[in-house]
Design a binder for this molecule. Sequence first.
Ligand SMILES: [Fe+2]
Length: 193
Amino acid sequence: MQNLSIVIIILCILVYIGYYIEQYKDFTYDINDPEILHKFESLYIQRLNGGNIPLQTVFNSVTRIGNNSGVVLYRNGPLQVQLWLADPESKISEHTHPNVDSYEVYFGGQMYFKKDGKLILSESDIYELPDRKSSVLFSNVFIHTDTQHSGYSGKIGGAFLSIQHWKNGILPSTIDNDWSGDLLDEAHLITSS
Ligand SMILES: [Fe+2]
């Protein structure tokens, strides 16, 4: 009986390891597979953790503010991820988010950041590696609620992820709602304070 329990436990561990590897290994494909797109779409959406993508995508998901466009990729309680695309040669003025801690994560293009007035991701940091990936892909900067920060983009524009923890009982909306600093345009509404 004890041996059977051990075998069952080992089998469960093996199944879990198999599931884990399948979940996180890169997508392998056959270029001649007629189902290639279907399989890729299915796996990609599964890995996006579809249950936490806001399904009410008409409202509270897509944002256009200043020269930047944002879309919510993930939302779960106080945690949220927004993908931001900055137009070419746009500026994000210095500001803080009084109720949000965040990581700003480089995602592509020419996207530069300043933290506490200091340039921490600049033109000279970003170049293409031999494998065509960016030299700073997924580089991040931690932004505390009282951290002054700003950004600007180059001629081809830029993209970054904003990975957020909303605090003080305020539920996530778009991060430009929680803002202290110069506004980004005339329509910039601050609703969280
Ligand atoms: Fe910010």
